[in-house]
Design a protein around this ligand. Structure first.
Ligand SMILES: NC(=O)c1ccc[n+]([C@@H]2O[C@H](COP(=O)([O-])OP(=O)(O)OC[C@H]3O[C@@H](n4cnc5c(N)ncnc54)[C@H](O)[C@@H]3O)[C@@H](O)[C@H]2O)c1
Length: 213
């Protein structure tokens, strides 16, 4: 399926819609109104309608949205209809927790390889996932055709690992390190900064405590 260019903010909300639609389908609900959807996912209904409008006519006026067909549509958009293997580099505190989590249930995401420089971690299975020596990054990623990597190494090593990943042909990096990585423009980087998220939350609590937008 080809995906049209949509705003990043819309793209970020798609997994939220997808998760809620999965819940509805499991609860055997056949249709949902934009108001119901809005209340459940905490996104105002005008935004939902605008988000959905990028994909054409998804609902019918007065009927709402058909849960099964909307879910099928988002499954395709989010590539949830085929298994996506990702790798993880840096099997320390955070990396180990993520290996243990491994995106169970209802997602098509799997961490299928991990890497670390520590010899005692290499060539072992951790939480069911093989850990390879960091020297094997390029070879393993290419052999296993993995092009998305979760980066959980200390900040001082993040850029050197990112360079290795780029060389291995990786197309996306989920970066947990505090370093802003420098990569070619065809490589997507998503930064996860917990401090930033917490500060944003505190800001919203202080400024929008009545939950109004
Ligand atoms: N621990 C947390 O809660 C947390 C939260 C948010 C962000 N972070 C960030 O995530 C990163 C990891 O944090 P942590 O607490 O798990 O650190 P950690 O020191 O416990 O683990 C880092 C791991 O990376 C490995 N490593 C180092 N250089 C490597 C390389 N070149 N190739 C492969 N592996 C390499 C180390 O051997 C170690 O096992 C840091 O950048 C940190 O700032 C951590």
């Amino acid at each position: 399926m080809t995906t049209k260019k949509i705003p990043r903010a819309t793209a970020r909300r798609l997994p939220i819609y997808y998760r809620y639609l999965t819940i509805l389908l499991n609860a055997k609900k056949e249709r949902v109104s934009s108001t119901e959807l809005s209340e459940a996912v905490q996104v105002d209904s005008a935004t939902i309608r605008r988000d959905f409008s990028y994909f054409g006519e998804l609902g019918k006026r007065g009927y709402g949205y058909d849960v099964a067909s909307l879910l099928k549509f988002f499954k395709g958009i989010l590539h949830q209809d085929s298994l996506v293997s990702v790798a993880l580099v840096g099997v320390g505190s955070l990396g180990s927790a993520l290996l243990n989590f491994n995106f169970h249930q209802d997602t098509n995401l799997r961490i299928s390889a991990a890497f670390d420089t520590k010899p005692e971690l290499a060539n072992k299975i951790k939480s069911g996932i093989p850990v390879y020596p960091a020297t094997d990054i390029k070879k393993q990623l290419q052999e296993q055709q993995i092009d998305i990597v979760i980066l959980t190494v200390p900040g001082e090593h993040a850029q050197e690992v990112a360079d290795q990943l780029v060389e291995a042909g990786v197309r996306g990096i989920l970066n947990f390190s505090p370093v802003r990585l420098s990569v070619p423009k065809e490589v997507q980087v998503q930064n996860i900064d917990l401090t930033n998220e917490l500060q944003t939350l505190i800001y919203f609590i202080k400024n929008y405590s009545d939950n109004k937008k």
